[in-house]
Design a protein around this ligand. Structure first.
Ligand code: AMP
Length: 214
């Protein structure tokens, strides 16, 4: 069965890590909109230069830009054939409406953490341009400051700095959380406790989705 799964969670909830694990288990594509923007910013493409004005301050990139990127990616054959685990999108009702028109979702997972935990985790987060993230407390890279996957130098995201974090959490509560009700009404919403170890959160997600631990 092909699954199209959304993962929601506040900043620092581990949604990127869980989405990657889940996509491996499902044999589906893992799309992170935040990673798409980070790579474009790093490569200084026209899209990256435009997006950087928003991402640096923790503001959302305009809906029309994001919707177009997502729509063209989701229509590709690999996603039609294998399904997708989508993370970081939709973040508001305009994006959720646009998504409805492109794919049919089978499951929506919310990874719950408190704001205090989110701030605490993000202050210790290091990111790689390849998309991998580390936490100096519980998920450190083998060599400090170097990505295990690709060997690149890790960095602190501009939008992981205190003022930007505050703004991003406010936007999440105000614009993203109200979407949960819509998915709950469809009977596809699952909530898991994100304040556990990575593998415990993953087990909780698999259980919620009626999937077996690989
Ligand atoms: P993330 O890694 O998901 O926290 O995303 C990093 C940044 O990319 C966000 O702070 C936004 O500036 C931008 N971004 C990611 N996803 C979206 C989206 N769905 N809509 C608008 N901007 C986004």
């Amino acid at each position: 069965m092909i699954r199209n799964i959304l993962i929601f969670g506040a900043q620092g909830s581990g949604k990127g890590t869980q989405a990657e694990l889940l996509a491996q288990t499902c044999g589906s594509m893992n799309i992170s909109i935040g990673n798409i923007f980070r790579q474009e910013v790093y490569k200084k493409t026209p899209l990256g230069i435009e997006a950087k004005k928003f991402t640096d301050e923790g503001k959302l990139v305009p809906d029309d830009v994001v919707n177009e990127i997502v729509a063209s990616r989701l229509k590709q054959k690999d996603i039609q054939e294998h399904g997708v685990v989508l993370e970081g999108y939709p973040r508001n009702i305009v994006q959720a409406d646009a998504l409805e028109k492109i794919i049919s979702l089978t499951d929506v997972v919310v990874i719950d953490i408190s704001d205090d935990e989110a701030v605490n985790r993000i202050s210790k987060r290091l990111t790689c341009v390849c998309g991998k993230t580390y936490n100096t407390d519980y998920n450190a890279s083998h060599v400090a400051g170097i990505c295990d996957e690709c060997g690149a130098l890790l960095f602190i995201r501009d939008d992981d700095k205190p003022d930007a974090i505050k703004h991003r959490l406010e936007t999440y509560h105000k614009e993203t959380e109200p979407l949960f009700l819509m998915y709950e009404k469809k009977g596809i919403l699952h909530r898991v406790n994100g304040e556990q170890k990575i593998n415990e959160v993953y087990k909780a997600i698999l259980k919620a989705l009626n999937m077996e631990t690989p």
